[in-house]
Ligand binder design. Structure first.
Ligand SMILES: *Cc1c(COP(=O)(O)O)cnc(C)c1O
Length: 366
């Protein structure tokens, strides 16, 4: 087997999805599984579906096309606001998209008419995170304009929290979203199917029973993939945090001083690493670096310490394992969300999916 590898345990992902879907269902909330951190990997998406998610959501049209191409025939939601330059792709691949700009909606409408499709829209409202969405006082007006556009169907409203600023979902802002839904229904004379208030940061509020009844849709990525709610990154009950394990191989293993020799200036990445001299250490270089993964987001499973990182190497102090390791040995790491995103995106990291402990090559996505 060659390394580096990202091992993906599909059983754990399915289990996590089932836990989250059942919890949400108990509170009247339906779940779209968010696949952007795995670049729309069809095997991971299929595991989410087996766990019961109602549909799939991704930020990129190419990921949606990848999943559709693999034969996963479900409803797809595009999460990133459509670009004016790509409306035709959006209409062709996604059943529903999140939107906040009238000009984009007009372009989507024209494209839907050209392609003979009806495209559903979730209108995004910014409740304080300062990412996407119109300010609440603009929402009714935008909804009215949208209701006039042919080829589009206003399916609901939504908000995204805990992303740019860390503003978290509360009883208060979820109530505000519900009230806005009612105001839009009244002003436009229609009924909204979805009030999509939550991502993984909303699991705690939901489990506490803090959601107003109208909030009935969640878009969940990290909670399913890594088993964490995201306001404090706490492990979620009855989920696995280690569905993904990154592995890299030792390519140099030598005793070296723990401190630099000679004068030194900036390192290759503009940093000024400090290190104190505590004698010689057994120093391992492994074949993974910043071109493969966001190194700040990885945690070794063994009792070893990260001492450096370049584009291609991690430097590890493996003194605690002296006498027990050799060149060619493999170290394993748990990863956080940004490390997952980067490792999935790097074409240098092989992705290896497992089902029932054996490699699952996936009939899909060839
Ligand atoms: C990424 C994303 C999500 C999923 O967020 P998680 O914290 O991973 O659950 C939900 N909604 C939108 C709009 C997103 O971009």
């Amino acid at each position: 087997m060659a390394y580096p590898v990202l091992n993906i345990d599909l059983d754990k992902i399915e289990h996590n999805a089932r836990t989250i879907v059942e919890l949400c269902a108990a509170h009247g909330v339906s779940v779209s599984g968010v696949t952007k951190a795995v670049c729309g990997n069809p095997q991971v998406a299929a595991a989410m579906l087996q766990g019961g998610v109602a549909g799939l959501a991704d930020s990129r049209p190419e990921n949606i096309q990848r999943m559709r191409g693999a034969g996963l025939d479900v409803s797809y939601m595009l999460l990133r606001l459509p670009s004016l330059s790509r409306v035709d792709e959006v209409i062709a691949c996604a059943d529903v998209s999140l939107n906040a700009e009238l000009e984009t909606l007009q372009a989507l409408s024209a494209s839907a008419l050209r392609q003979g499709r009806v495209h559903a829209v979730i209108l995004m409202v910014d409740l304080g995170d300062l990412r996407e969405g119109v300010w609440p006082d603009q929402a009714v007006e935008l909804a009215k304009a949208l209701a006039q556009l042919k080829g589009l169907r206003l399916q609901g409203i939504g908000t995204n929290l805990a992303c740019f600023s860390g503003a978290v979902p509360t009883r208060c802002n979820m109530r505000q979203l519900s009230d806005l839904a009612a105001a839009i229904e009244e002003a436009c004379g229609l009924s909204l199917q979805w009030v999509s208030g939550l991502n993984s940061s909303g699991l705690k509020l939901l489990a506490e029973g803090g959601l107003p009844e109208r909030v009935n849709h969640a878009r969940i990525g990290e909670g399913i993939l890594l088993g964490r709610e995201t306001t404090q990154r706490k492990a979620w009950p009855d989920t696995h945090q280690d569905a993904f394990v990154l592995q890299a191989e030792v390519v140099e293993l030598q005793w070296k001083p723990s401190a630099f020799k000679g004068e030194h200036g900036e390192n290759a990445f503009g940093g000024h690493p400090q290190c104190e001299n505590h004698g010689d250490i057994l120093h391992a270089l492994v074949n993974i670096g910043r071109q493969d993964v966001a190194v700040d987001g990885i945690t070794p499973l063994e009792p070893i310490k990260l001492v450096g990182a370049s584009s291609d190497y991690l430097g590890l102090d493996v003194s605690a394992l002296a006498g027990r390791i050799r060149l060619g040995d493999v170290f394993s790491f748990h990863i956080n969300y940004s490390a997952l995103l980067s490792a999935m995106t790097s074409s240098y990291v092989e992705k290896r999916c497992y089902r029932g402990g054996v490699i699952d090559h996936g009939a899909l996505d060839r």
